[in-house]
Design a protein around this ligand. Sequence first.
Ligand SMILES: NC(=O)c1ccc[n+]([C@@H]2O[C@H](COP(=O)([O-])OP(=O)(O)OC[C@H]3O[C@@H](n4cnc5c(N)ncnc54)[C@H](OP(=O)(O)O)[C@@H]3O)[C@@H](O)[C@H]2O)c1
Length: 285
Amino acid sequence: MPEKFFTLITGASEGLGKSFALDCARRNMHLILVALPDSGLDRLVDFIRRNFPVSVIAFEKDLTGPLSCHELLMEIQRQKLSLRVLINNAGIGSTLPLSEESVEFYERQIRLNVLATTIITRLFLTNLEQHTPSYILNVGSMASFFFLQQKQVYGATKSYIYFFSKSLRKEVRRGGIHVAVLCPGGINTNVPVTLLNRKLGWFSKLSVMEPERVAAIAMDRLLRGDAVIVPGMVNNFFMLLDKLLPGFVKKRVTDYGIRRLKREEHHTRWMQRGFPSPSVMTKMA
Ligand SMILES: NC(=O)c1ccc[n+]([C@@H]2O[C@H](COP(=O)([O-])OP(=O)(O)OC[C@H]3O[C@@H](n4cnc5c(N)ncnc54)[C@H](OP(=O)(O)O)[C@@H]3O)[C@@H](O)[C@H]2O)c1
């Protein structure tokens, strides 16, 4: 029997991770999917098994746990699974001022976005080295390129992912492992994010993409050997503008976006308390 090669995807039950799982299944890639316990991963595994001729193995693990990445390695070693692709997708976003999120939240965000990605990559490097050509895709964000209020810690974790990926790429390329970093803009991955994306200004709205499209672009370009993947024409246009525009103009544009976000959040909280919207109140006054 020919050896089977697997693609390991973290955060695969929902959002972009789920789209990666379906895209890889369509490419006849065998899958190891990781997500939080009781996240609905079983349903996805069942769907893939019924619709695609691939093997799927699921692990329900909270990757912020101190030993979870090591437990994952031990389980994969026990089952003697060969890895060819690793997709570090699991990550938590945030859109509040630093003082409004708890210390516990930030600890969890840094553990998942930074520590879990680093430890998993380190632990599975040997397995990937044994099955070259092999691939690592780390999911960063366009937030790693801009200094954004209310995305301070999130943006910093994604900057780490960007630097980590680009440096590691140089280190392991000769050994036959291709490392890429995916830097998407807004993606309609889950209900809260989609609602927030709908409230963006018209130009920013143009940049929002569906997760299926982002996953397909990312997989094509990862397998082609690209280093930095910014999906979508509008996002690439933003990157070009960032290089061309003077600092004070960029600051105005990002400040305007954040003010808009704050207004929407204030409005949402107001409505949640059962008050009419501020604009209705103004008309009533
Ligand atoms: N959405 C965007 O606009 C956007 C933009 C740029 C970059 N990104 C990045 O894209 C990646 C995916 O984001 P998304 O929007 O698809 O997020 P999502 O819809 O919240 O999905 C995240 C996935 O990660 C899993 N997960 C969360 N915490 C975990 C933990 N402690 N251990 C293991 N798995 C965990 C979730 O499982 P559960 O379902 O059980 O929670 C879910 O499967 C992230 O790295 C994010 O930073 C997203």
